[in-house]
Design a protein around this ligand. Structure first.
Ligand SMILES: Cc1ncc(COP(=O)(O)O)c(C=O)c1O
Length: 414
């Protein structure tokens, strides 16, 4: 990631597309146009090769055996941790807990950081635009402790109401858990401001970065967030792996979340002592291959200037937003001025599932439904939306195919 103030270099998209074998196929006799990237992204050859190499030459359990394969697999696993650390600029690799994904990291903070500290009447502050995985873990912890969930409302364009945030952030707030980029609306939240405001009152902040890390430069030290969770599969890596960044002082003071092998220092029936960071939070045999692939995905992304990726995806978003706004009967849901590459929309009284089905016949993959963010659907008074979401390999031509398909939906249901 470059730190120069100059404009980022533009991306060579056709070269990038060559790296993703899955994109070069036909669906229903049409070239695949994959616009479901907020759901999960496709994987470049570097990641596919890393997985193959791992299983062909390195596969063994980690941290345990003295044989060569175990050394290789441990090195590959710990090498991935170090790459992830570097990618988000954590101070030390002990601050990177390898998880099964963003959901796992959010639950870890809820159960290990918040649960032991919360008392009845304490408050947890989230926003109206959270994914279910940053709502339900807090509801569970509220049931367990008697704490109360407070929700920051949003405007009609899908922006966080910062004055409401100020009002809700009070003496009883024990943690703020906030999404960096909304998966349903695309809104980029001003998390720097939120973190500064929360810290001014001594409140720690957990950021759900699932939709941010693949698309924007993220520097956890510059943000000064206390925790930051994300998933490998949304950033061109395999499913079933991810990371939770946490400040060492906080992680050190937290009890383990799960018990099992590898997270202990010694075990007797009388007393167990726990391993050091980050292993204290990594019980049992992890998804070693998934983590190795995650490391390769981070290596792949690290080869770009993240500002160039953000600029490319912003350009795609603008092109798609302009085009879709010209189609009669379409309403875009989520029109905040600062957005990542997510375009949610509804069409007159055509159900989003019908939109998705017609688009699929044209080879265009989008997501339809509630996007695991039911409260946001309720906020906008819609049962569901259709959502196109963009990635590094998408092109203007693909957006044009998508727009033609949306027009066809209108013709069919007119
Ligand atoms: C904003 C946001 N947070 C959390 C998650 C959960 O990620 P995962 O299912 O990979 O754990 C998602 C997935 O869509 C998301 O978009």
């Amino acid at each position: 990631m470059s730190s120069t103030a100059q404009a980022p270099p533009s991306l060579d998209i056709s070269r990038i597309r060559e790296e993703f074998p899955i994109l070069h196929q036909q669906v229903h006799g049409k070239p695949l146009v994959y616009l479901d990237n907020a759901n999960t992204s496709q994987k470049p050859r570097l990641v596919l090769d890393a997985l193959k190499k791992y299983y062909e030459f390195e596969n063994a359990n980690i941290h345990r055996a003295t044989h060569v394969l175990s050394e290789r697999s441990t090195q590959a696993y710990e090498g991935a941790r170090e790459r992830v650390r570097k990618f988000v600029n954590a101070r030390e690799s002990a601050e990177i807990i390898l998880t099964t994904g963003c959901t796992d990291g959010l639950n870890l903070v809820a159960q290990s950081y918040a649960r032991p500290r919360l008392k009845p009447g304490d408050e947890i502050l989230v926003s109206w635009m959270e994914h279910h995985s940053n709502i339900v873990p807090w509801q569970l912890v509220c049931e367990q402790t008697g704490a109360v969930l407070k929700v920051v409302p949003i405007t009609d364009s899908g922006e966080l109401m910062l004055d409401e945030f100020d009002r809700l952030l009070g003496d009883r707030t024990k943690i703020v858990a906030i999404v960096h980029v909304s998966n349903a609306l695309g809104t980029i939240n001003p998390i720097e401001t939120i973190i500064a405001k929360a810290h001014a009152r001594g409140v720690p902040v957990l950021v759900d970065g699932a939709q941010a890390v693949p698309h924007l430069p993220v520097d956890v030290q510059a943000l000064d967030c206390d925790f930051y969770a994300f998933s490998s599969h949304k950033m061109y890596g395999p499913t079933g792996s991810g990371a939770l960044y946490g400040k060492r002082a906080l992680l050190d003071a937290m009890p383990p979340y799960r018990g099992g092998g590898d997270m202990i220092s010694s075990v007797t029936f009388e007393k167990t002592t726990y391993n050091t960071l980050p292993y204290k939070f990594e019980a049992g045999t992890p998804n070693i291959a998934g983590v190795v692939g995650f490391g390769a995905a981070v290596e792949y992304l690290g080869g770009f200037d993240m500002r160039a990726i953000a600029a490319h995806e912003h350009d795609l978003l603008e092109h798609a937003t302009r085009g879709i706004s010209e189609i009669p009967g379409v309403t875009v849901v989520g029109t905040a001025p600062k957005k990542a590459g997510v375009l949610s929309f509804i069409m007159d009284d055509i159900h989003p599932h019908d939109i998705g089905t017609v688009l699929d016949r044209d080879g265009v993959a989008i997501r339809t439904g509630q996007h695991c963010a039911q409260p946001i659907m309720d906020r906008f008074g819609v049962p569901a939306t259709a959502r196109a979401s963009f990635a590094i390999y998408n092109t203007h031509d693909e957006i044009d195919t998508f727009l033609r398909a949306v027009r066809r939906v209108r013709e069919m249901f007119a």
